[in-house]
Design a protein around this ligand. Structure first.
Ligand SMILES: Cc1cc2nc3c(=O)[nH]c(=O)nc-3n(C[C@H](O)[C@H](O)[C@H](O)COP(=O)(O)OP(=O)(O)OC[C@H]3O[C@@H](n4cnc5c(N)ncnc54)[C@H](O)[C@@H]3O)c2cc1C
Length: 428
């Protein structure tokens, strides 16, 4: 069979995983990323395997889509840690992980093109033929994956947030996010906050660890976590604005919850610097990301694409989507599992094979199906979904899908007949 060519647009966790999924399925893969680094918002994240993410991770490993998860495990600074509302988390190192992913993708044969911001497409009927970046480079393919995320650009952060906070997306340097599905004329959806306004604010910041007291630094280095009580008179409430509702717990208001991902991950969307510096141990605190974390953070959940459970964008024959593009799914794990399915199914589509749907007896299949339904309801589009907490973790527990027993997870995957499905070359 002729080798098919998949072009993935966007190199966040979803795009990286789509690239792995497509190349494992035997395709030639080109990955176009707007900036000079992979991982997108994952460059400031790091939390893996907390709560139901453990189950989803192990399901993906059993299905043969575990390469990026294993890489996060081997780049973890801390494993099996607990912090308020969250158990058995691991924290990947935000310095070593992006480089390790870049090396892995190159070793697997993915063609990586950096500083390549797609801003034009050519379409014939309901098929994308080629995409063009803002340097005029043209990339043709049999099938495309939109993994451009939902964060920014600056006009959204200005209009719906507290202004550009100078985050890792670096829109002034590389230009803002552009949606591939949007370029193809697809009508997209936007998430809403509780008050009905658009988008949601990213839920954490990074502080320079060295700017914190020796005691906090030691605690972070040794245990991965520092829970620092906030004096009552200084307590600020940003919980409603957070994209990540799994951390919208009182403990995150009454304390500074800090996690060690290399820098100190501060589990709040922003914190006035003047107030932060009044908290014992934070007198010299300084933001590493976003630079203006005293004022705000990036805004997300704009331009989600309508899609099927196979992650094919509705209205286009040869476009798939993963990560935040595929719905208000929050997290690296969520981006990786949807990216993997999108990359795999893009090859099936190109080869004229039946598309794969993951059954609802697995947490991954249930989440993809459930979120796909919920986004079309007024109530559902206002929520965020993650294996790690809030409404979807509750559902996982109710449906008996949450377990940390790897043998049980492996057996469940086996029952569905999907063991190693993502590791097989579909061209053979
Ligand atoms: C500050 C912060 C902290 C977080 N912490 C965690 C955490 O600890 N754990 C966790 O699980 N989740 C965390 N999240 C959520 C998680 O990062 C995201 O939900 C997930 O990684 C989204 O991945 P994605 O690939 O869909 O999108 P993104 O990460 O947004 O990636 C999209 C990529 O597409 C590129 N792009 C956009 N437009 C174009 C174009 N036209 N052409 C080419 N490239 C384009 C962008 O440059 C970007 O690299 C955090 C999010 C933020 C913002």
């Amino acid at each position: 069979m002729d080798q098919k060519h998949v072009v993935v647009v966007g190199g966040g966790w979803a795009g990286c995983s789509a690239a792995v999924g497509a190349i494992q399925a035997g395709a030639k893969v080109t990955l176009l990323e707007r900036t000079d680094m992979l991982l997108g918002t994952g460059l400031v994240g790091g939390i893996m395997r907390n709560n139901g993410r453990f189950t989803a991770t192990e399901e993906m490993m059993a299905m043969g889509g575990g390469k990026l998860f294993s890489l996060c495990d081997s780049n973890a600074r801390h494993k099996k840690i607990s912090f308020p509302g969250h158990d058995h988390a691991s924290l990947y190192d935000i310095a070593t992980t992006p480089v390790a992913v870049t090396d892995l993708l190159r070793d697997m044969g993915v063609e990586l093109v950096f500083e390549s911001r797609v801003n034009k497409i050519t379409k014939t009927g309901n098929r994308i033929m080629e995409v063009q970046d803002d340097r005029g480079r043209v990339f043709a393919g049999d099938v495309f994956v939109d993994a451009t995320g939902t964060a920014g650009p600056m006009n959204n952060c200005n209009k719906y947030g507290n202004g550009c906070a100078m985050c890792i997306l670096r829109c002034p340097s590389y230009g803002g996010r552009i949606s591939l599905a949007g370029l193809a004329g697809i009508e997209e959806m936007t998430g809403q906050k509780k008050d009905g306004s658009m988008g949601a604010m990213s839920g954490s910041c990074k502080l320079y660890k060295e700017s914190l007291s020796r005691e906090i630094q030691d605690l972070l280095n040794e245990t991965g976590v520092a829970v620092v009580p906030v004096p009552v008179e200084l307590t600020e409430d940003h919980l409603d604005q957070k994209a990540c509702q799994q951390y919208a717990l009182d403990a995150f208001k009454e304390n500074l919850v800090l996690l060690d991902t290399g820098h100190a991950k501060l589990m709040t969307p922003f914190y006035k610097l003047e107030t932060l510096r009044k908290i014992p141990g934070c007198e010299n605190a300084r933001y590493e990301d976003p630079y203006s974390g005293g004022k705000g953070n990036s805004m997300r959940y704009f331009n989600m694409a309508p899609r099927t459970d196979a992650l094919q964008v509705v209205g286009l024959e040869n476009l798939f989507c993963g990560g935040e593009k595929a719905g208000p799914l929050v997290g690296h794990t969520e981006a990786m599992v949807t990216g993997m399915l999108a990359g795999h199914n893009s090859v099936r589509q190109a080869l004229g094979m039946e598309l794969l749907g993951i059954p609802e007896s697995l947490a991954i299949g249930d989440a993809i199906h459930h979120v796909g339904e919920m986004v079309h309801t007024i109530e559902g589009i206002g929520k965020k979904y993650t294996f790690s907490g809030s409404v979807y973790f509750d559902r996982m527990k109710e449906k008996g899908l949450y377990t940390t027993d790897v043998n049980v997870i492996t057996a469940r995957v086996e029952t569905t007949g999907l063991t190693e499905v993502f590791s097989k070359d579909l061209h053979i």
